[in-house]
Design a protein around this ligand. Structure first.
Ligand code: PMP
Length: 351
């Protein structure tokens, strides 16, 4: 009998990456949009899908979707690229600019997947921990420049801390580093300044965005990058043929036709986020961090894991981030009703 095949060294030392999706009443753990899709979206999508020639391969250049994104963002079409979620965009960027023998710089705490994708693409990681308020300052810029990293990750607003990075700091990173500066703007529609204006003068800056949060389309898996044309040419070299299905492209186009309606709901989410911050600030012993995104990071007075469990027992799932921020928990701004249930459960557990 043959022995089982061995995977690449170290593979079995890591687990699968996922955020637990438990069947509970209130799910505030993955920063999704709690709002329903705009009225008419589903009908438009169904009509568009009916017309698709699914017996044929899709447009491998995603031309219609890229054109629509160029029109919406004001960025030239040859600097726009799309993929299945911003996670795939990040993977393609690392495949092209990272890889074995190359290095990426990370500012922790940040989105766990950046680290994970470096591992996946065999990109070495150098990291620097930022203390509250988690801003990239001059010393961090100097550190990144001296690290000779081929890729520098910035996340703004940052997951899980919620703060944005000063545009000047990102500009300095782009000038100081020869590497590709990836600005992950998954939450930019909720607050903060975009780094897009930097791209024209700094062709090593790329801005990565998603339809998963503000567009309420996490299930459709659509992400995009705004960059200089040379970067897009490099991504064309590493993408799989026809990586975005015709169905996904169609969902993206339909979402863009309803973009204004989707954007109209964002104020309600910001209001819930601010309500969470106010409520948490009023609880003795809680440290809460200001947020420009659709979630809030906080540290409870007692054991965060116990609080997480207590909330779960009451049907409220939030994100345990103790691995990343000491005693840290993150809660997504949901609907008013969901936030009410979170705050009620929180009060019960803490008193
Ligand atoms: N970047 C950040 C900072 C995120 O928090 C997330 C989602 N959790 C993503 C990217 C991934 O988004 P997508 O669904 O587009 O892959």
């Amino acid at each position: 009998m043959n022995t089982p095949a061995s995977p690449r060294p170290g593979l079995r030392e890591v687990g699968p990456y996922d955020s637990p999706q438990l069947d509970v009443a209130v799910r505030l753990n993955t920063n999704e949009c709690p709002l329903p899709l705009p009225v008419g979206f589903s009908d438009d999508l169904a009509a568009a899908v009916r017309e698709l020639p699914l017996n044929r391969y899709p447009d491998g250049q995603m031309l219609a979707l890229r054109e629509a994104l160029a029109a919406r963002t004001g960025h030239p079409m040859d600097g726009v690229w799309t993929a299945n979620g911003s996670n795939e965009i990040l993977t393609q960027l690392l495949t092209a600019y990272g890889g074995a023998g190359r290095r990426a710089a990370l500012f922790e705490p940040t989105y766990l997947l950046h680290r994970r994708l470096c591992w996946l693409t065999q990109t070495e990681i150098v990291e620097r921990r930022l203390d509250p308020p988690f801003e990239i300052g001059d010393d961090s810029v100097a550190w990144a420049g001296a690290s000779d990293a081929h890729v520098v990750f910035v996340c703004s607003p940052n997951n899980p801390t919620g703060n944005t990075q000063p545009l000047d700091a990102i500009r300095s990173l782009a000038s100081t580093s020869d590497g590709l500066v990836i600005v992950d703007e998954a939450y930019v529609e909720f607050g903060g300044e975009t780094s897009l204006p930097l791209v024209a003068d700094h062709p090593n800056v790329v801005v990565v965005r998603t339809f998963s949060k503000a567009f309420a389309l996490a299930g459709a898996r659509i992400g995009y990058v705004l960059a200089s044309p040379g970067v897009i040419e490099d991504l064309e070299r590493v993408r799989l043929p026809y990586h975005m299905s015709a169905l996904t492209q169609s969902a993206g186009l339909t979402a863009l036709r309803h973009a204004e309606e989707a954007a109209a709901g964002l104020d309600a989410i910001r209001a819930e986020r601010d309500r969470i911050v106010r409520a948490l600030s009023g609880i003795d012993g809680v440290t809460v961090f200001a947020s420009q995104a659709n979630f809030v990071l906080f540290q409870p007075p007692g054991d965060a894991k116990e609080l997480h469990r207590g909330l779960l027992d009451r049907g409220v799932l939030i994100r345990d981030l103790t691995e990343v921020v000491p005693n840290g928990l993150r809660v997504t701004a949901g609907t008013t009703h969901e936030v009410d249930l979170f705050l009620k459960a929180l009060e019960e557990v803490l008193t």
